[in-house]
Design a binder for this molecule. Structure first.
Ligand code: SF4
Length: 73
């Protein structure tokens, strides 16, 4: 399954939960806001991506599956 990860940086408050939950996919930029690591926009098959999206306190992470389903926090 292919997924696509989007981070709404206008919503992100830099809580860092995503980077803590799925460190192989998410990191934090110099300002503390969430970033997807280079080449990991497809989630790299990491099941923790969904967990990270759930962990985000402000729902800034959207995980979209190839089937078009939208999985929100
Ligand atoms: S958990 Fe949410 S608010 Fe915190 S850094 Fe990640 S995207 Fe931003």
């Amino acid at each position: 399954m292919t997924i696509d990860i989007a981070i709404d940086k206008d919503v992100c408050i830099g809580a860092g939960q995503c980077a803590l939950t799925a460190p192989s996919v998410f990191t934090q930029d110099d300002d503390g806001f969430s970033e997807v690591l280079p080449g990991r926009a497809d989630g790299d098959g990491d099941p923790l991506v969904r967990e990270a999206a759930r962990a985000c306190p402000v729902g800034a992470i959207t995980v979209t599956e190839s089937g078009g389903h939208l999985s929100r926090t």
